[in-house]
Design a protein around this ligand. Structure first.
Ligand code: KG4
Ligand code: ZN
Length: 341
């Protein structure tokens, strides 16, 4: 008998629903919120209101595309945290309401575990190569930068993480400082493709072990732009592709240095990437190229599984459902990962 899971994700500014039949994806719907663009960042109150508007049609569409009704679902998996509390509450409350109305069990999912397990989602009719355990995941998003050792569906060890800002924040700040809009990552990525990555140099942080730091490089970009603008007020406009390419290269250099060290230290050469920044074309090709050079087996997600999506929530929920780990109806949403088990 197959297990059919409805996944619901609403932790930040994407409302998403997906249906899995065992590990196979039957449907995935993502409504990205445009309302934040004019504010240059996610506005929590606007995000939760947009989730309220999106959640019913998104779930309806996911069921429709899977050619199923809610009665065919075995369990409802939802993101309990971490994330924005108001946003999380919408998905959590909706999952609970569905559970009460249908009698189906609910399964809570940690958003970060979702990103890590997203590489296990399979698609009907595709080749579907998933990493065997143990593997390493470079988890890079707007809120997190971690190297995680994954020994099983529920066995994770954070080997290193940022001691200050996340790498996604550095991409977003770069775009903001240059007046390029939000979200910054995709804009910087696009411009970087046309620029010379060796044109400008930024000092890389010297942090010991497998931890990361991105606050210093953000500040060095700020001072660099300030000084150059003093000499030439059109500096950004005239050099934007080269600045983006050089800054992006510096961020990728930082990420890769520790990832290479993690592979050396653990002897694990199966390497996956996940999270919003894993959509970055420069990072994707660097991981692939380094992997080829060093004999790693690399797992680069499809673009739609990089940023927040409910397929990753459904797959994590599937494994919990199979262990009979259901969630109580009184379990609150949680903003921080440390509040979840
Ligand atoms: O995983 P995600 O959707 O949400 C969080 O859990 O944070 O990640 C969002 C982050 C943002 O910082 C965004 O700028 C970044 O991922 N991002 C990118 C790209 N696409 C999204 N960063 C670099 N290059 C991209 N192509
Ligand atoms: Zn995320």
């Amino acid at each position: 008998m197959s297990d059919i899971i409805l996944g619901i994700e609403s932790s930040c500014d994407d409302t998403s629903a997906a249906v899995l039949k065992d590990e196979y994806l039957l449907s995935s719907v993502i409504a990205s919120q445009k309302v934040h663009e004019r504010w240059g960042g996610v506005v929590p109150e606007l995000a939760s209101r947009a989730h309220l508007l999106n959640i019913v049609p998104v779930i309806d569409q996911a069921l429709k595309e899977a050619d199923l009704t809610i009665q065919d679902i075995d369990a409802i998996a939802f993101t309990r945290g971490p994330g924005l509390l108001g946003s999380l509450l919408v998905g959590t409350s909706y999952a609970k309401g569905l559970s009460i109305a249908t009698g189906k069990p609910i399964v809570e999912v940690n958003h970060l575990q979702g990103h890590i397990l997203s590489c296990l989602v399979k698609q009907p009719g595709k080749e579907n190569v998933s990493p065997a355990f143990p593997f390493l995941t470079l988890l890079v998003s707007g809120g997190h930068t971690q190297i995680v050792r994954v020994d099983g569906y529920f066995e994770f060890e954070i080997l290193g993480q940022t001691i200050d800002d996340a790498v996604g924040e550095a991409f977003d700040k770069c775009s903001k400082m240059m007046g390029l809009g939000y979200p910054g990552g995709p804009v910087v990525d696009k411009l970087a493709k046309e620029g010379d990555e060796n044109k400008f140099k930024f000092n890389l942080p010297q942090i010991s072990g497998l931890d990361y730091s991105f606050s210093g490089i953000k500040t060095s970009l700020l001072y660099f732009l300030r000084d150059r603008l003093k000499e030439n007020q059109d500096f950004i406009e005239q050099n934007k592709a080269d600045i983006c390419a050089s800054f992006q290269k510096a961020l990728i250099d930082i990420l890769m240095k520790k990832l290479i060290l993690a592979v050396k230290q653990t002897g694990i050469n199966r390497v996956a990437i996940g999270g919003g920044v894993s959509a970055n074309s420069g990072l994707r090709s660097r991981v692939e190229n380094e992997g080829r050079k060093r004999g790693w087996q690399t797992f680069i997600p499809e673009f739609r599984f990089t940023t927040d999506n409910a397929a990753m929530i459904a797959i994590s929920g599937l494994y919990k459902y199979r262990r009979g780990e259901y969630c109580n109806l009184d379990a609150p949403s949680v903003a921080r990962a440390s509040q979840m088990q």
